[in-house]
Design a protein. Structure first.
Length: 744
């Protein structure tokens, strides 16, 4: 019998590899190889592996030369591209903009392209012996924290305010980053920040010592579900956060890191500390009184790896002393170091290099044409059309050919403000500001910034006025940028910074009825009530932080190029004013996010977004009107494009509990699909409502009988509709006795 091709390749690779330890034998099961490797390590070697996560002087995990194990750096950022590693990288839109696409398939492709570039650059770094920060394959991404407060500085890194949307997009990112190879992981995912993270940021000590007091129900129904989904998706790690949770620091929280994460969810990966978080257990939280006590608390709670920041001797370097004192068992240390090497094995480090196809990636796979096109497509899909008075957009072809277009505002031609935080850095030639991008389609583009930065504390109206008065169409580029919202910096209010509103009002007056289009570059919501209400502002487009393809994407959307019909939806509620913004320090979900919002309508609701075409909904059909407690429910809805052009629609499905024994959201997103519906055509969109999505927290996850309502449409229930029949409803009943979710 002929030897199968893959077996022959494996045998040849092993012969050339010259494996001399069982842990290097690729024919053995993973766990058997891990047993061999871990049992060969001394306590001192294990301590060094656990205490060298990266950052500054800490450096990589050191080599174990007697076993032929090379150094490894764990600190790599991959939020929407290869962040902070030496060399260029493709910059995809910031996470909140990606979330606005409501497209798991887009998130998957962005994550997979990111992993390709991370792996390609890593291959080079290893070949030249470079193990500095951000050169590894283990990503501190994605960010799965809930956007619970509109002023939080890190909203841009999240997927918005909804746990279901965040979970679906997070799962797509994890799978895209890790790849679909049956044996090897392209780059390993690490979901963060675990858990109940989300502000306050801007007081230097508060984000490092804050105690997030959260009810058990809010914890279970809002802050934990997306992390459980991340674990189910196969992530290799989670990052424990800076804050305390009801008095216990996250990185010393045994209930979080052992009882829930490993006990309830079956997590087999590793927990890495946020930068300096273990040191801060003692230095900021004062939860422990000594370095040794801190090491014991965090290791026993469930931490595997320390990333340091403050102290020059790592907390985890005291683990050996703790073992000698009997405070930590040697077996626990073996358990803690095991997933670190499991990750490295699955990345292919201990297999013959020829076996791993990802080892063939190189410089030609970084910033290639396919990735640039994906960055452009991602930016287009992320834009949310908030206003389009009398069809101001798309601009007519004859206007594009013959009219003069003026671009103004602090974001009009400033590359630094279009990316947001945690950004890859592309070559300058690939960066398109609004001004540069619009010049690719408009033959006559003029420019005046008006403000030198997003702070806009100094406004120069004269130049703006002359530019606007000489133009036929005006595009105004306003927003925040990392000067106003970023890590360690929350915003004080919802207002446009500095004189930006004055600039907009002046432009509208000077334009004297000519088209004015407002582009917004921000993450947290802005009070743009004046622009929404004023007839002089024809259209408003929320662009978030689109990164390198900003200008090209804007040009295509404004002129309505094929495939550039806006279909993004807001992944977070935009309050109508500060009267709707609760205190950041209060962690109750009451009054927060669309799930618990009050009766006072917001400026723009979660899930809102317009299109250049119109859609009509019909035939919401349930597979059954009565289902058992543990039953799933299939359903479908019909969407018709009744407008003037092809377009994508984000079909949204919401569940409302008729009665429940405990408090529940007023309604909850339970399904969404971004679908292309050609002009004049109809498509049927199927959904499956899982029994898991009906579960409520009542001291445990429980499924209860009763009446339920489903709403299907292009937006939330009970909001101002875009066309008649835009929101459909159907009722169904659940029969039987209440059960624990685990009983189903």
């Amino acid at each position: 019998m002929a030897v199968p091709y893959l077996t022959a390749v494996l045998l040849l690779a092993m012969l050339s590899w010259g494996q001399d330890f069982p842990f290097r034998d690729p024919t053995l099961p993973w766990e058997e190889r891990l047993d061999d490797l871990v049992n060969r390590l001394t306590l001192d070697e294990m301590v060094l592996q656990m205490s060298k996560g990266g950052v500054m002087w800490n450096g990589p995990a050191p080599p174990i030369e007697r076993l032929g194990i090379r150094p490894y750096i764990w600190n790599t950022e991959c939020l929407r591209g290869d962040v902070d590693a030496p060399g260029w990288a493709t910059a995809f839109p910031q996470a909140l903009g990606l979330a606005a696409s409501f497209s798991p398939s887009l998130i998957y492709r962005v994550a997979n392209a990111t992993a390709t570039e991370v792996r390609a650059k890593h291959n080079h770094f290893v070949s030249v012996g470079n193990y500095e920060d951000h050169t590894g394959l283990s990503c501190f991404s994605p960010v799965l924290n809930i956007m619970r407060h509109p002023l939080w500085g890190r909203n841009q890194e999240t997927y918005g305010e909804d746990p279901f949307l965040t979970a679906e997009l997070g799962v797509a990112f994890v799978k895209g980053l890790q790849g679909d190879h049956p044996r090897y992981v392209k780059a390993s995912a690490g979901c963060k920040h675990f858990d109940v993270h989300g502000g306050p940021e801007n007081i230097p000590t508060s984000r490092l010592s804050f105690d997030a007091k959260v009810s058990e129900r809010d914890w279970r129904m809002t802050f934990l579900p997306q992390f459980e989904a991340c674990v189910r998706a196969g992530t290799f790690s989670l990052m424990c956060s800076y804050n305390r949770i009801n008095g216990v620091p996250a990185c010393a929280n045994k209930r979080l890191l052992t009882d829930i994460l490993r006990g309830e969810w079956g997590f087999q990966g590793y927990v890495v500390s946020d930068e300096g978080a273990i040191e801060l257990i003692m230095m900021a939280h004062h939860y422990t009184q000594s370095i040794l006590e801190t090491a014991v608390a965090s290791v026993n709670a469930g931490c595997n790896l320390e990333v340091t920041c403050v102290l020059k001797r790592n907390i985890f370097s005291y683990i050996g002393e703790a073992v000698a004192n009997g405070n930590i068992s040697l077996e626990m240390i073996k358990d803690r170091v095991r997933p670190l090497f499991r990750t490295r094995m699955r990345l292919g480090e201990f297999d013959p290099p020829a076996m791993n196809p990802y080892n063939a990636l190189g410089p030609g796979d970084v910033q290639n044409d396919a990735h640039h096109q994906l960055a452009l497509q991602a930016a287009i899909q992320s834009f949310v059309l908030l206003k389009n008075r009398n069809g101001a957009l798309p601009l007519r072809a004859e206007d594009v050919r013959s009219k003069t277009l003026a671009v103004t505002g602090p974001f009009a031609d400033a590359t630094a403000y279009l990316f947001g935080s945690y950004t890859p850095i592309p070559e300058l030639r690939y960066i398109y500001t609004p001004r540069r991008g619009l010049a690719t389609v408009f033959p006559k583009v003029t420019f005046a910034a008006g403000c030198s930065s997003p702070r806009c504390d100094k406004y120069s109206p004269t130049e703006v006025k002359s530019t606007v008065e000489a133009a036929d169409i005006v595009v105004v580029c306003l927003g925040t940028g990392i000067q106003m919202e970023t890590e360690a910096w929350d915003r004080p209010d919802l207002a446009l910074p500095g004189h930006q509103l004055k600039l907009l009002q002046d432009v509208v007056a000077w334009a004297a009825g000519r088209p004015v289009i407002l582009l917004l570059f921000n993450a947290g919501p802005l009070d743009i009530s004046w622009a929404k209400a004023h007839n002089g502002v024809g259209a408003i487009l929320a662009c978030f932080f689109p990164a390198q393809a900003t200008g090209l994407a804007i040009a295509k959307v404004l002129v309505g190029d094929e495939g550039a019909n806006p279909a993004g939806r807001l992944p977070a509620t935009w309050p109508a004013g500060m009267h709707q913004v609760p205190p950041m320090e209060n962690y109750t979900m009451a009054g927060r996010t669309y799930r618990y919002y009050g009766d006072d309508p917001p400026l723009y609701p979660f899930g809102y977004g317009l299109s250049y075409t119109l859609f009509r909904y019909s035939d919401l059909v349930l597979g059954a009107e009565v289902v058992p407690v543990c039953g799933n429910l299939s359903l479908s809805v019909v969407v018709e494009n009744v407008g003037p052009r092809d377009g994508e629609e984000v079909v949204q499905l919401y569940l409302r509990w008729g009665e429940a024994s405990v408090p529940v959201p007023r309604w909850q997103l339970v399904g969404f699909r971004r679908v292309l519906v050609p002009q004049g055509q109809v498509t049927k969109v199927p959904f499956l409502l899982s029994f898991h999505q009906r579960a409520v927290w009542a001291g445990e996850w429980r499924l209860e009988p009763g009446s339920f309502t489903l709403f299907a449409g292009g937006q939330q229930p009970f909001q101002e509709t875009r066309v008649p029949s835009n929101i459909l409803r159907a009722d169904f009943s659940v029969l039987g006795s209440a059960l624990k979710r685990s009983q189903c």
